[in-house]
Design a protein around this ligand. Structure first.
Ligand code: ARG
Length: 273
């Protein structure tokens, strides 16, 4: 088992504010029992393909459960670039994230105040070691040059244009062997062209329906891809290139605009390369 991931327990997860379109009118609508069961099912599934580290949830910070937004781990050097959250509703998570990583012996790197960056939600390494960053709704374009000071890898910028796909990990998912899933409608034309060029025939376009089901918000461990819900079309496409899909329902977390991938943070990231 080579993957190591961080998850956060869901006891304080709820929707009680609106900072993305999925959260509109969802206040009070989360079933906490179902959320707990869905989180547990994801955890159990991932335990069979990865080693999972846990952080505890905290009152007042319902979105802490989405560990993808903790920051961007650079595991080879045991350091993490911590997120500076866009919305005040999440800004208090930073101190909690810092103390978890410091306790585990990681060095925490701060971007300058005012440079907004939401971690692995908006920054994903592919298996060729390139870093893909999403900017627009949540992370600033200017974060890129700050990231570049700490990361010795080619960094590319993708412009996110659809408010419903506000983090890069909601619409793009690099896979092993040079493949990637992506949702074309979430990007501007230049970003689509850049992806098409860079993944040379190995870029799998998702349909709008698959986008809505959060198919791009998938966790990949080896040849297994874990996601909320697939489609027969996508299952077949992925099976043909050697991947198998495990579905695990994420309805309660989708009310918050998150799904399987958002609930995890790869602690190897870049070290994998
Ligand atoms: N409610 C959270 C927010 O709007 C969901 C975060 C989802 N995380 C992600 N990496 N896409 O910030």
């Amino acid at each position: 088992m080579s993957e190591i991931m961080l998850m956060c327990t869901p006891e304080w997860f709820t929707v009680n504010y609106e900072i993305n379109p999925w959260m509109k009118n969802q206040t009070g609508r989360v079933s906490h029992e179902l959320a707990r069961q869905q989180w547990q099912a994801l955890y159990d599934t991932l335990c069979s393909v990865a080693e999972i580290r846990l952080m505890r949830g905290a009152p007042s910070w319902p979105d802490l459960v989405f560990t993808a937004n903790v920051g961007l781990p650079l595991a080879a050097e045991k350091k993490i670039i911590l997120s500076n959250f866009r919305h005040p509703e999440r800004q208090g998570e930073k101190a909690i994230n810092r103390s978890w990583f410091e306790d585990q012996g990681w060095r925490c790197i701060d971007l300058p105040d005012g440079v907004i960056f939401e971690g692995a939600g908006d920054a994903l390494f592919d298996d060729a070691g390139r870093l893909w960053t999403g900017s627009g709704p949540r992370s600033d374009e200017t974060a890129l040059m700050h990231l570049a000071r700490h990361i010795d890898a080619p960094i590319f910028r993708l412009a996110l244009t659809d408010p419903r796909f506000y983090h890069l990990d909601t619409c793009f998912c690099p896979l092993p062997d040079g493949y990637a899933l992506y949702l074309p409608l979430a990007f501007d034309e230049a970003s689509r062209a850049l992806l098409e060029r860079s993944f040379e025939g190995k870029l799998i376009s998702l349909t709008p329906e698959e986008g809505d089901q959060f198919c791009a918000n998938a966790v990949c461990a080896g040849s297994v891809i874990v996601m909320n819900q697939s489609t027969p079309r996508l299952d077949k496409l992925l099976a043909d290139i050697g991947f198998s899909v495990i579905e695990t329902a994420m309805s309660e977390f989708m009310k918050s605009g998150g799904s399987a991938k958002c609930l995890t943070l790869s602690l190897q990231g870049w070290a994998k390369q």
